[in-house]
Write a protein that binds this ligand. Structure first.
Ligand SMILES: [Zn+2]
Length: 97
């Protein structure tokens, strides 16, 4: 017990990654393991790369757009009208109170 826990059989190396915000993260990898080209910055979540001078560009806000497009696609015009009608009915009901 403990031989490998002391790290004697699996030497580790720390690798520096930089994100677009200039954060450095230094995950440790086994020396014989292949280092990934990118690493998610633990501080801001942006992808970080091995080159401090050229960190990976932050991804654009595509997910939001994609999500909207997805919703639009799924929601038929009829659904949209029903939702609108419901909203109008609620407005009307409030006014009549
Ligand atoms: Zn960061």
């Amino acid at each position: 017990m403990g031989e490998s826990e002391r790290g004697e059989s699996a030497p580790r190396q720390r690798v520096s990654y930089w994100c677009a915000n200039g954060h450095e993260s230094r995950p440790a990898f086994a020396v014989d393991a292949e280092k990934p080209d990118s690493w998610d910055c633990p501080r801001c979540g942006l992808p970080a790369g091995l080159d401090e001078q050229a960190p990976p560009k932050p991804p654009r806000n595509e997910p939001y757009k994609t999500h909207l497009a997805y919703v639009k696609e799924r929601r038929s015009d009829a659904d949209g009208e029903a939702i609108l009608a419901e909203a109008l009915a609620k407005l009307k009901a409030k006014r009549e109170l």
